[in-house]
Design a protein around this ligand. Structure first.
Ligand SMILES: [Zn+2]
Length: 244
């Protein structure tokens, strides 16, 4: 069954509905363990591409207690994928486990990371009408900073989606944060090489013990996923209006 809503003016309602749905139906939804076969998406079909940052030989940032960023990223990504399915949203995950297959010639960590990033870029750019949400956790040597921040690529639509997602997450989960949505650094290889609207979501700081505890909790991850889904739906609604 597919549900059709007019999301442009109904973002708060959508967020509330989604949160209610997930709180009652998906309190501990597991990350799918089977890789989704890459289907050929049609030209007009919008596809939410979910990138769980890092993985394999690259765990990303590591918290003081040894918690690894890639695991948190994947857990939030899996929840987002599950919820998107409830709304009939087509999705594609760039990875579905902590294991990554590398080519034989990738014999150093840096070659492994580059091969993985290139494979993700190729996959993302193969989708005709994709929108990318890349999920990460922040880290800072000082343990005090906290709060989410959404960074956006230079491609068309990225800043619009970035502003929507940043506002939604900040207002709901870290209202005291003064961070703003911002263009992403050109140093981020994946984000500078994808062609679709793309954002990178720093969900919070795993260097802050209190925020790490939240980022590792199932209900908080579910809220983050719900906010990302409603942001995507609001963005898609606005895009359709612009094209109409
Ligand atoms: Zn990261």
């Amino acid at each position: 069954m597919f549900l059709t809503f007019k999301f442009r003016d109904a973002a708060p309602l959508c967020i509330a509905l989604t949160l209610i749905l997930v709180v009652f139906l998906l309190p501990e939804y597991p990350v799918p363990d089977t890789a989704e076969a890459v289907s050929v998406f049609s030209e007009n079909e919008p596809v939410l591409i979910i990138d769980a940052g890092h993985g394999g030989a690259d765990g990303g940032a590591v918290a003081a207690d040894g918690s690894v960023e890639s695991v948190i990223n994947l857990s939030i990504a899996g929840r987002l994928e599950a919820m998107a399915g409830l709304f009939g949203v087509e999705t594609l995950m760039t990875r579905e486990s902590e294991d990554i297959d590398y080519p034989d010639d990738a014999d150093t960590i840096s070659k492994m990371k580059r091969a993985d990033q290139n494979a993700r870029i190729q996959l993302i750019n193969s989708v005709p009408n994709g929108v990318l949400i890349s999920i990460h956790q922040n880290f800072y040597p000082d343990s005090r900073p906290s709060g989410a921040q959404v960074l956006y690529a230079t491609t068309d639509g990225s800043s619009e989606l970035g502003e929507i997602a940043h506002t939604a997450i900040t207002e709901s989960l870290c209202p005291d944060s003064r961070r703003v949505a911002a263009p992403i650094s050109r140093d981020i290889y994946l984000m500078r090489n994808v062609h679709c609207p793309a954002i990178l979501v720093e969900c919070g700081f795993i260097s802050n013990a209190a925020e790490l505890q939240k980022l590792q909790s199932g209900p908080y991850q579910t809220k983050l996923a719900a906010l990302l889904l409603t942001s995507y739906l609001q963005y898609e609604g606005a895009s359709e209006t612009m094209l109409a």
